[in-house]
Design a protein around this ligand. Structure first.
Ligand code: ATP
Length: 619
């Protein structure tokens, strides 16, 4: 009773310092946080299978979008749970402390050690380490970024961790025959909805596989098939949009032949085999940075990544972690690779070739295939500010990029050696992004930067190309715009400098600050001029709303070059017509999802090309 008079005065009833929690306790709280994250991550992939079976495409898209947030949500949640445990314990630095005290250092080193110990036998140790880093960075200040407190390098090897079930299954066509082996392989995925006609699909698939292998296996009949001949496929399906993919390798005489089998739905909602992707380039396109992340249920993600790397050795582990939805792991690995590359190269960062942006300062390291984009301090575009640019980049991250928009990694506080910056670039950064850089001794810290794959800007390509190459690039340019539009993206600024060509010659859009959704746009015809003076005046004679677009105007700023105009009008004249855009917008507004196949239509099984007349947009 006599405590009552003091009840409102917490400084009197709470001890100044609480007993310290044990390092084991803190480590186990972080691991619990990660385990919860990974269970939810796996659950979303399990849900994707059910959604695919029931052809619930909007559900799959929504799930993919929501899943992107899971990681940050769980990190915040875990840090919030740790808050009260660490509060008043002298274990977190106060905001004005620059260094951790020796006691604090010892404690956090022990937490890291305990965490590493608890990962023995864990199935996703590399992702758990990354989660540990994210949580610790929230709790500690960023100045403590070093290997004593964080997993700057991995502590646990991920080779040969295998799940209770092995991560891939093997089939032996020499023992059973090809058709039974393929049938078994497909039925082993246990899809709950029926195939339209599995035996006939498998026959077509086998025929196509034999046709491909005839060209690829050794010519000498005595050496054609080796005793190691087998088909290996990852245990679970890869889901994205309206497709599910079996990913595997055919092994013969130790040579790996990568493949993927695309499963889709018939209009009557039965499952069917749509295509056999039989080359490394096909798989590279499937796993491209221009597409949404796959939903795939993996107990041991590192085993999946090792398998995928055997199929496409040119792609880094970082890219695969990204593609399978573990983008924080991808981001972490990318940064490690990048620092490693910096330590093994000597060239200089310099401004990216092409036309400078009004919103972004873009630079690159020639020996490394990425560009670095920083938002300018002063943006010479009406109504554009840092928050809007960031929200547009986030929109793209969450949107289905449909093979036409590049994914980006967003980093803060990137410290790089100043001597690796060309004088011209240093000058540019000091002038254009002074609030975004910090120069300390021999380092330059980039406070905020987007990193994205480097491409060849289309304006540069068009200035070099002629004849068929130019025509094909312009054809693809229009296709890219159509596909973006069908996918509810109005690019805003469609100048050629905002598109780039990938290594495989695919055209991708990368300037996001003016994108909007199709559904918020008004596409209008230019009304007839009331008189000649109006037509000649510098101001338009008709009112223009904020989201009004006049497709006829594209001709003026896109089609000045005769060669480009001719090619454009041959393939895409309707893109200059507001009616085309309105029809497209209405389809999107009705929730119609077009079939955008992440592969060349020639890879579809023969009967599909005739039998499935739905709108088809090739890869
Ligand atoms: N991924 C990339 N690969 C190669 N070059 C690139 C890439 N991204 C940007 N660039 C180069 O940097 C320039 C500016 O990039 P970006 O279009 O993103 O900037 P911006 O400021 O948003 O442009 P804008 O003024 O059109 O709004 C491009 O025109 C191109 O030359």
């Amino acid at each position: 009773m006599n405590a009552m008079p003091f009840a409102s005065d917490h400084s009197i009833i709470e001890p100044a310092q609480r007993p310290m929690p044990s390092p084991e306790h803190v480590a186990s709280m972080i691991l619990q946080g990660f385990n919860r994250h990974y269970s939810l991550f796996r659950y979303s992939a399990q849900r994707a299978k059910v959604l695919f079976e029931s052809a619930h495409w909007h559900g799959i898209q929504q799930l993919s979008r929501e899943r992107i947030e899971y990681y940050d949500m769980r990190v915040r949640e875990c840090a919030a749970l740790l808050g009260p445990v660490l509060k008043n314990t002298a274990l977190t630095p106060s905001s004005n402390e620059q260094e951790l005290s020796p006691e604090q250092q010892q404690f956090w080193q022990q937490v890291k050690r305990e965490f590493a110990h608890s990962l023995a036998g864990h199935k996703q140790p590399e992702c758990a380490e990354t989660f540990f880093n994210s949580v610790s960075c929230r709790v500690l200040s960023r100045t403590y970024f070093n290997n004593d407190f964080l997993f700057v390098r991995p502590a646990i090897a991920t080779e040969y961790i295998d799940s209770a079930l092995p991560s891939y299954r093997s089939y032996y066509p020499l023992d059973t025959g090809l058709i039974p082996a393929l049938t078994q392989m497909i039925t082993d995925f246990g899809l709950a909805s029926p195939f339209a006609d599995l035996p006939s699909d498998v026959r077509l698939l086998a025929r196509r596989a034999i046709h491909v292998l005839r060209q690829r296996l050794p010519r000498d009949p005595g050496l054609r098939i080796g005793p190691d001949c087998q088909i290996q496929v990852l245990n679970t399906l890869f889901f994205r949009n309206k497709g599910a993919y079996i990913v595997g390798r055919f092994i013969n005489h130790t040579t790996i032949h990568p493949f993927a089998i695309a499963l889709t739905h018939t209009p009557s909602h039965h499952i069917e085999i749509d295509a056999l992707l039989d080359s490394a380039d096909d798989l590279s396109t499937l796993f491209s940075f221009t597409r949404a992340y796959f939903l795939v249920d993996m107990e041991v993600p590192s085993a999946y990544v090792h398998f995928l790397q055997s199929l496409l050795p040119r792609k880094s582990a970082a890219e695969f972690y990204n593609a399978i939805g573990l983008q924080k792991q991808g981001k972490n690995l990318f940064y490690r690779d990048f620092l490693h590359h910096l330590g093994h190269s000597s060239d200089l960062f310099q401004l990216a070739p092409g036309i400078k942006g009004m919103v972004m300062t873009v630079f690159t390291l020639p020996s490394y295939p990425y560009v670095f984009k920083m938002i300018r301090d002063t943006i010479a575009k009406d109504g554009m500010d840092h928050a809007t640019v960031k929200s547009r980049y986030l929109l793209v991250k969450k949107h289905d990029r449909a093979g036409r928009m590049a994914d980006t990694w967003e980093y803060s506080q990137v410290a790089l050696p100043k001597r690796r910056f060309s004088p011209a670039l240093l000058e540019e950064l000091r002038q254009e992004v002074p609030s975004q850089i910090e120069e300390t001794g021999d380092l330059i810290v980039l406070r905020h930067v987007y990193i994205e794959r480097r491409m060849l800007p289309l304006n540069i390509y068009l200035s070099r190309a002629s004849g068929t190459a130019l025509e094909m690039a312009v054809k693809q340019y229009g296709e890219a715009i159509r596909e973006l539009a069908a996918n509810n993206i109005f690019p805003g600024d469609m100048l050629y400098k905002n598109f780039g060509l990938t290594r495989l010659g695919r055209l991708v859009f990368y300037d996001y600050d003016e994108i909007q959704t199709m559904t918020e746009m008004n596409f209008r015809h230019i009304p007839p001029a009331p008189n000649e003076e109006a037509e000649l005046a510098s101001e338009p004679w008709y009112p223009i709303g904020p989201n009004d677009v006049f497709p006829e105007e594209f001709r003026w700023f896109l089609l000045g070059d005769r060669r480009i105009r001719e090619a454009f009008m041959k393939y895409h004249a309707e893109l200059l017509n507001a009616d085309w855009w309105n029809a497209c917008r209405d389809r999107v507004a009705q929730g119609r999802l077009e079939n955008i196949y992440p592969y060349d239509l020639s890879k579809r099984l023969p009967h599909r090309r005739v039998a499935n007349p739905t709108t088809v947009i090739p890869h």
